[in-house]
Design a protein around this ligand. Structure first.
Ligand code: F6P
Length: 362
């Protein structure tokens, strides 16, 4: 194998990406004596060779505690379904051959793709075209299967729990219902675990369609018991039974996935109509994707990074580094991208929430 490897970060950013990059660069150079090429802005970087630069020990100095990614990223650049302007309108074309060609021109022996479900599916397609690929699981949503945790999730949870702690005191002072809208497009992990950790009274997640009357009754019962405030956590992908997810912006030819947002306001309006209480909404948004990674995410990111390099040394291509229990191991990218890891509505964590008296809307 050529002693040069490439690394790119794709999809939405999250805390811990720089720990991964540092782990890859350090172990590739220190243990194996390889060179590392950093590819900017996800797979887009392989469409433009000017976006590929050497990464040295110097380039990764001091980045461990930094959020974001020094390589940049995008959640739009799928080379198999790429938007290009033709005759004044946007059409989608497969330009993956250019990616493969550029990969070869760079003289890279293997590519490390750090990403969530979408980026890893692209990596899998490139693997089928002969690119030796190794994946690393990233997403604050923690919805990738075949790994117990993705890095970034723990930091996002901390941010959400901290927000809940802060909302608690003001909710209590003003006797208000405070709604916190958190991320979680398909999976409610952030909402569920931060809600438990932050002492929420109501948790709404995409896996459990909710009934507004039950939420209102739960809040009324709290008032009757003397608690004149309530805390509601709503994942952006949560929706009422028989209804739809709240879309902030529809998909279009440039962005094939709709943007979610607005569930907090929707629930607030409905609650305000049935209860005589002051309701306020906080949308936590991209704060969950930013900030310095927690100890857990720095450690997990570093372990994933060094594991991916070892996987290349061992010729384990088409596979993704993952965490099973306390051990870092690997699985096929195919298995990791087959389905999403969703919250089990009948599972132990939802049961814990409900045993604590938290209303899940059902
Ligand atoms: O995949 C992570 C995620 O945070 C989702 O929960 C959310 O829907 C999405 O990213 C938002 O992405 P952006 O606004 O950056 O396009």
């Amino acid at each position: 194998m050529s002693k040069k490897i490439g690394i790119l970060t794709g999809g939405g950013d999250c805390p811990g990406l720089n720990a991964v990059i540092r782990g890859v660069v350090k172990s590739a150079i220190i243990r194996h004596g390889w060179q590392v090429v950093g590819i900017e802005d996800g797979f887009d970087g392989l469409l433009d060779l000017k976006k590929c630069r050497p990464l040295t020990l110097e380039s990764v100095r001091g980045i461990l505690p930094r959020g974001g990614t020094i390589l940049g990223t995008t959640n739009r650049g799928n080379p198999f379904d790429y938007p290009v302007e033709q005759d004044g309108r946007i059409v989608r074309v497969d330009i993956s051959d250019r990616v493969v060609e550029n990969f070869r021109t760079l003289g890279i022996g293997a590519l490390i793709a750090v990403g969530g479900d979408g980026s890893l599916k692209i990596a899998l397609e490139l693997a089928k075209k002969g690119v030796p690929v190794v994946g690393i699981p990233k997403t604050i949503d923690n919805d990738l299967c075949e790994t117990d945790f993705t890095f970034g999730y723990n930091t996002a949870l901390e941010t959400a729990t901290d927000a809940l702690d802060k909302l608690h005191t003001t909710a209590e002072s003003h006797h208000r219902v405070m709604i916190l809208e958190v991320m979680g497009r398909y999976a409610g992990w952030i909402g569920l675990e931060s809600g438990i950790a932050g002492g929420a009274d109501v948790i709404l997640i995409p896996e459990i369609p909710f009934h507004l009357d039950k939420i209102c009754t739960a809040i009324k019962e709290r008032v009757a018991r003397g608690s004149r405030f309530s805390i509601v956590v709503a994942a952006e992908g949560a929706f009422p039974a028989g209804g739809d997810r709240i879309v902030a912006k529809e998909a279009d030819e440039r962005c094939t996935i709709e943007r979610l947002g607005g569930i907090g306001q929707y629930v607030a309006k409905e609650i305000a109509q049935c209860l005589d209480m002051d309701v306020r909404v906080t949308v936590l948004g991209h704060l969950q994707r930013g900030g310095s990674p927690t100890t857990f995410d720095r450690s997990l990111g570093s372990r994933f990074g060094t594991k991916a390099v070892q996987m290349i040394a061992d010729g384990e291509f088409g596979r993704m580094a993952c965490l099973k229990g306390r051990t870092i191991t690997s699985v096929t990218i195919e298995a990791a991208t087959k389905t999403l890891k969703l919250v089990d509505p009948e599972g132990e964590i939802v049961r814990t929430a409900e045993d604590l008296g938290i209303m899940t809307g059902r």
